[in-house]
Design a protein around this ligand. Sequence first.
Ligand code: RM4
Ligand code: NI
Length: 270
Amino acid sequence: MIQKLFEKDYFLSKNQAIVIEPRTPQPVYPEHTHDFNEIVIVTDGFGKHIINGHLYHLYPGMMFYVHATDSHLYEHVKNLHLTNILFKMPDKFTFINNINTLIPNHKNENSHYFLDKKCNDKIKKLVFELNDSTLNAPAYKESLFLQLLILLKENQYVEDGSGSSDQRVNQLLRWLQIHFKEQIDWALIAEKFALSSRTLHRKMKSEMNITPQRYLTKLRLAEAYFQLHYTESNITTIAQNCGFNDSSYFSTCFKNEFHITPKELRDNPS
Ligand code: RM4
Ligand code: NI
C-alpha cells in the first residue's frame, strides 16, 4: 500500500498555501503520494530519486517538481540535503492564479533540472523569506512564491546545446543521467553539447573532481547496485543492462566502488 501524505499535516492553516520543509538530511523515504505538490532543490549530497518508476540520480544544484499524484521515494541517500517547498493545488491560492503555466506538466522525463549557480543566492533569499513566520500575510507569501517559480523556470537547463560552457556541461551531465545505459562515444557527445573533449574533461575535473568516464561508470554502477538489490535478473544481464559489455570487468569496477562483489551483494542483501 503506497502511503499518502496530507496537507493538513504540513500546512498550518487554511490560508497557508506554501510551506518550506528543509530536509537536512533527507533520510531514505518510502514510496508515497500527496494531496499537495512539491518543488525540491538539492543543496547537498547524493541520492536516488525514483518517481513514477523512473530513476534519477540526485546531485547538488539539481531541482525537480513533484505533482501531487506522482508517487516517489528516496533511496541510497548519502548526506542528501533538500529544500522541500510544499504547495497546495492552484485553486487554493488566493492572489495568484495560473501557476500551472510556470510548472512543467509532464509526468516524468523532464521533471529534473540543473540550476544555474548564479541564481543560488536569489533562491536562498526567497526560500528564507517564504520560511519567515513573522511575515505571514498570504498575499506576500504568494508573491514570493511567484517570484521563485519564475526564477526557477528561467534558470533551468534544457538540452539544446546552448548557453555558457558551464551550462552546456550541466546539460551533458543531465543527458548522461538518462542515457548512461547506452554505449557512449565521448567525441560525439561532446560535439552534441558544443564542447571540446578537453573543455569537458577540464570542467568536470575542476567542478566535480571526476573524469567524464569515471562519472559514467559511477552512474552505471549505482544503477547496477539498485538492480542487484531490487530485481531478480542475473548478474550478466544486469551488467549488460547498465552498459557493461564485459561482466568480469563489471565485477572489478563494482568491487572497487562498493567493496563487495556483485555476487556477494546478491547472495547477501543487507
Ligand atoms: C518527506 C519527503 C517527501 C515529502 C514529505 C513532506 O521527508 O521529503 O517527499 O513529501 O517529506
Ligand atoms: Ni513527497
